[in-house]
Design a protein around this ligand. Sequence first.
Ligand code: NAD
Length: 356
Amino acid sequence: MKNYNITVIEGDGIGPEIVKEAIKAIEAAAAKEGFGLTYDYQLMGGAAYEASGEPLPASTLASAKAADGVLFGAIGGPQWDNLPREKRPESGLLALRKGLDAFANLRPTKVYDALVDASTLKPEVVKGVDLLVVRELTGGIYFGEPKGRDETRGFNTMVYSVEEIERIARVAFEAAMKRRKKLCSIDKANVLDVSQLWRETVDRIAPEYPEVEVSHMYVDNAAMQLVRNPRQFDVMLTGNLFGDILSDEASMISGSIGLLPSSSGGAKGGIFEPIHGSAPDIAGQGIANPLATILSGAMLLRYALGEAKAADRIEAAVETALAQGYRTTDLADFGAKEVCSTQEMGELIANLIAKA
Ligand SMILES: NC(=O)c1ccc[n+]([C@@H]2O[C@H](COP(=O)([O-])OP(=O)(O)OC[C@H]3O[C@@H](n4cnc5c(N)ncnc54)[C@H](O)[C@@H]3O)[C@@H](O)[C@H]2O)c1
């Protein structure tokens, strides 16, 4: 039987509660598809600092580098807010992303029919939205040199090499091949030289993926189109700055932070995590929504392990649970027939997968 090695980082706050439920869903899907997983539990963030004095112990990084993928909950909490920056929980996550050369950030936004009213946009605009932002994460204006400031002037440099554009473009094309085979590359090629190189490079890669329909859009128009007609998008390919802004805009279309998964990865594997934080205000109460982490588990299966059918099973079970009116407390106001705990939601999803 095929077996995969997964590094599991529960983290802080609600992290352990939500990761536990995601593992149940992954196990149920793996049992159906006939493969196995071995889990290596590692510490990161506040929990790691308490145990070892470091937010990213060497053993965690080594495990993550060797693994087929990393399932991660969330880190952070007020008790660590006053530590020096290099000891703070989020430094651990940044160091992990760097250690894995995680240059590709994938952020899907899906609007479930059952939760169409949770969005601040009109139901007829958001119904059926299912898009994926593929954002370059380690280059562009956040890292470009020269940069600096004095009393009267500040400057940063948006720079991309052909190699950086090619590798993120390939991630986006591969993702499009696993979805509806449409890719919209976002740039500002009417003004920026770096965007012209971006556009040319994407066009040069495109013939390698003849099934994918490619289009280009200026970032200002993309910001507008996301609220005007978000259904037009399948995969949106962006640089670091544009993706930072557009992925946050896109995530709000669904209206619920507790439902959105993400990944940041390199050539292999990656870190799969909910977009929300460690929610210390509700930790330990059994009311956290585990669905973003469960869906992150589905992304791990699809993108890191290539187990698309298992991923489909998890995503279908989430859709069914929501359609049947099961909600955790955060979504209780949106069509709840039954409000369930974190654990009850996790067990429900695992049971739906097992019975499907
Ligand atoms: N990737 C990460 O690990 C990550 C990301 C963002 C924030 N953080 C950290 O998390 C801590 C808390 O940050 P914050 O409060 O700004 O953001 P947060 O996302 O943790 O919480 C924001 C609000 O959303 C709610 N919420 C979040 N996830 C939920 C879920 N699954 N179910 C139900 N409700 C949920 C919380 O209860 C809170 O009211 C901080 O220490 C921050 O640094 C970590």
